[in-house]
Ligand binder design. Structure first.
Ligand code: KIV
Ligand code: NA
Length: 265
């Protein structure tokens, strides 16, 4: 299988073909989503609350994320793997951003990195892209800033729509190859998608983005908590696993497992 490259994503935008993106944090999900033809896998800092058990994305560290990035890049043969830079690992300076991006590329074997923030982070994006590392931006609702944004809220309503567009243009100008827009009005996302020549990736940003991303545990029903309105649940993986574990437990307690065929003599 030939590796997906950033120019392929650009070509999809130019042809008007929307593409899917999912998070992945381990071997089996990376293999399965790769086989399903998902061209871009994101090792999100959402591992904080979907793998590591933190309440928000803020506590997760570079040292916690790099092994997950390695697992995904070892397992996906075709997908382009994007590593999310976690809170505190890039905000201090463009130099810190580049140093962290280099770690994800060298130690995690990522193909690109992603960071949150608009205009104020254009210099950080520029420092990384100047080093030859592709960068995906992330604007609108940015979970690492949830305490400043006042919780999970739609961003870019009314006049603030112009800020979303200005942020997107600044990231494009700084060399970003794509921009995630999270929880922004569909009308704003449509306008930004039209104005940018690079692809936009929506999550809670309506149908007109060039791509759509979901956290896989939300998409497949692994997470049982009530999902935000922008999530569509395609399976009940949690139900399947719960049922399997309950049957295994009952079989052991009832001396049904192991059966004769599972034993060596
Ligand atoms: O960390 C993450 O999963 C993300 C996506 C939801 C875009 O940033
Ligand atoms: Na993220």
């Amino acid at each position: 299988a030939k590796r997906v490259r950033i120019h392929h994503l650009q070509e999809l935008k130019e042809r008007g073909e929307p593409w899917p993106m999912l998070t992945a944090y381990d071997m089996y999900t990376a293999e399965l989503f790769d086989e399903a033809g998902i061209p871009v896998l994101l090792v999100g800092d959402s591992a904080a609350n979907n793998v590591y058990g933190y309440e928000t994305s803020l506590p997760v560290t570079v040292d916690e994320l790099i092994p997950l990035v390695s697992a995904v890049t070892r397992s996906a043969k075709k997908a382009l793997v994007v590593a999310d830079l976690p809170f505190g690992s890039y905000q201090l300076s463009p130099e810190q951003a580049l140093a962290t991006a280099v770690r994800f590329m060298k130690e995690g074997r990522a193909h690109a990195v992603k960071l949150e923030g608009g205009k104020a982070f254009a210099p950080h994006v520029r420092a990384i892209t100047n080093a030859g590392i592709p960068v995906m931006g992330h604007i609108g609702f940015t979970p690492q800033s949830e305490h400043n944004l006042g919780g999970y809220r739609v961003q870019g309503r009314g006049d603030a729509g112009e800020t979303v567009l200005a942020d997107a243009l600044a990231l494009q100008e700084a060399g970003a190859f794509a921009v995630v827009m999270e929880m922004v009005p569909a009308e704003v996302a449509k306008k930004v998608t039209h104005e940018l020549h690079i692809p936009t990736v929506g999550i809670g940003a309506g149908p007109d983005c060039d791509a759509q991303v979901l956290v896989w545990q939300d998409m497949a029903g692994m997470r049982r908590a009530k999902a935000p309105r922008f999530v569509k649940r395609y399976a009940d993986v949690a139900g399947v696993l719960l049922n399997a574990a309950e049957q295994f437990a009952a079989d052991v307690r009832g001396r049904e497992f192991p059966a004769p065929e599972h034993a060596f003599h």
